[in-house]
Ligand binder design. Structure first.
Ligand code: Q46
Ligand code: ZN
Length: 309
């Protein structure tokens, strides 16, 4: 197996491109894919301030590294979720990465700053933890971007994530979600622009990138991921990809070019009808308390009150 670019011995093959690369040309390929995604979808303009949502996992640390490598000096934001040792180790990987490179890292801690954590929120809402976790992340990353004057929030969603979420949204015909599922979500009143520069790169490629670049990341899976239906969708898509390489990329790129526009009206209508939350001012569908403030109120109550004791 030889590198497609320089003909040296290859260390990784990428079946969907029918190509293999040596370590140096592979990192070049990753940078090119990120540049291409940013350019194709007009994610980031020169001079804009970028905030990366960093979890300590491979995707977000690789993204942060790649942005700097291509000349976009992004800052990071780490959100402490309070998921025991998993969160402790994730925070340590993130801080070590930022310190070693001199990157600027903001930190928000759910328990210290907002009075709850994800295990407590799951218990209080009687729902799967990922619901409360996703809601908290979306709200607080957006809030931090607005508070600190960032133009863009960049997240580490990769090709596998996007394909799994798309499959989930299509299976249930979630028209609002389908209208918002795109590599770039424009800014709107109360919302910073959101971009996903890794959409052309797979999970496996991001793990390889971290190994080659010496990035130490949180390899453990989140212990609260049980019941996250995207894991099942990823397994299904992996089977299809093995049989027919390129299936995932064709699924998402076909949706962007031929499907997405059919759903933007539903998403635009939802956004246009938003009113400010009475507590935090974030856009909300009801004009009352937003979903984040409701979650926070419920999850930060002492257990005895929550259970009606
Ligand atoms: S951290 Fe949070 Fe994930 Fe853990 S609780 Fe679910 S959403 S699985 S990316
Ligand atoms: Zn609110």
């Amino acid at each position: 197996m030889k590198c497609r670019r320089c003909k040296a011995p290859a260390i990784i093959d990428i079946p969907r491109h029918n190509a293999a690369f040596c370590a140096e040309c592979f990192t070049h390929q990753c940078r090119e894919q990120v540049k291409r995604a940013i350019h194709e979808h007009q994610m980031i303009a020169p001079g804009e301030r970028v905030l990366v949502a960093v979890s300590g996992g491979k995707d977000s640390l690789a993204l942060w590294d790649l942005l700097h490598e291509i000349g976009i000096p992004a800052d990071g934001l780490y959100l402490g979720l309070g998921i025991g040792e998993y969160s402790d180790a994730s925070g340590e990987h993130t801080r070590a990465f930022a310190n070693a490179r001199g990157f600027h890292l903001h930190e928000v801690d759910l328990r210290a700053d907002y009075g709850y954590d994800i295990p407590g929120a799951a218990e209080a809402t009687h729902r799967a933890p990922c619901g409360a976790c996703g809601l908290s992340k979306r709200h607080l990353f957006n809030q931090a971007a607005l508070d600190h004057d960032y133009d863009v929030v960049a997240t580490g969603h990769n090709l596998d994530d996007e394909a799994a979420v798309l499959l989930g949204n299509v299976l249930r015909w979630e028209t609002g979600y389908l209208g918002r599922q795109f590599p770039v979500l424009p800014a709107a009143p109360g919302f910073a622009r959101k971009v996903k520069p890794l959409v052309r790169l797979s999970e496996r490629e991001m793990a390889a990138y971290c190994v080659i670049r010496g990035i130490e990341y949180q390899v453990e899976e989140c212990p609260m991921a049980d019941g996250n239906r995207h894991i099942g969708f990823k397994n299904l898509l992996n089977q299809l990809e093995t049989q027919s390489p390129g299936t995932k990329a064709a699924f998402i790129s076909g949706f962007w070019s031929r499907g997405h526009a059919a759903f933007t009206e539903a998403a635009d209508d939802e956004r246009a009808a938003l009113l400010p939350c009475v507590e935090c001012g974030a856009p909300t569908t009801t004009g009352d308390r937003c979903a984040f403030c409701s979650l926070r109120a419920k999850a930060s109550q002492p257990v005895a009150i929550r259970l009606g004791r």
